[in-house]
Ligand binder design. Structure first.
Ligand code: FES
Ligand code: FES
Length: 162
């Protein structure tokens, strides 16, 4: 089976029922995505499937062929962190950091479809991502700052193109 992860093809020869998280970490060697609970309850294994945040610990690879999988390693460019990642550092969002790949991937999925999300939209999008360190207020602030910056950038782009 061939998987598309972060714009690259990866041929894997494993049981089709194997959870995507195992393939991402063990076959693709992308260890930014974390194993937390293994039962869909914590969100540390969150990746995007065609832009939608999903739990990779519960997703068998047979369900993801022909879909674009994006992990935390795939949202930055070769030379620059993604705006969300940069703001996470600037605002010192993480504490231990374990949950943060999943938090950022969920935030990225939200901001890709919703330019300036409301508090309720942020709460709903992030509700499946648990942080044992309780960094929720910094996560929310980080999302709002990133949303404003990304919205500003798209306005500037439109002005430059217009
Ligand atoms: S490890 Fe997948 S939701 Fe916890
Ligand atoms: S920063 Fe430690 S679990 Fe979230």
């Amino acid at each position: 089976m061939i998987l598309k992860i972060n714009n690259q093809s990866l041929e894997v020869d494993v049981d089709p029922a194997t959870p995507l998280l195992w393939v991402i970490r063990e076959q693709a060697g992308l260890t930014g995505t974390k194993f937390g609970c293994g039962i869909g309850q914590c969100g540390s294994c969150t990746v995007q499937l065609d832009g939608v945040a999903i739990r990779s610990c519960l997703t068998p690879i047979q369900a993801v062929a022909d879909k674009e999988i994006t992990t935390i390693e795939g949202i930055a460019s070769e030379t620059e962190l993604h705006t969300i990642q940069r703001i996470w550092i600037q605002e010192q969002v993480p504490q231990c950091g374990y949950c943060q790949s999943g938090q950022i991937i969920s935030a990225h999925a939200l901001l890709t479809k919703t330019t300036l999300p409301t508090d309720e939209e942020i709460d709903q999008a992030m509700s499946g991502n648990i942080c044992r360190c309780g960094t929720y207020s910094r996560i929310k602030k980080g999302i709002k700052l990133a949303a404003e910056e990304l919205a500003g950038a798209s306005t500037i782009n439109l002005e430059n193109n217009g």
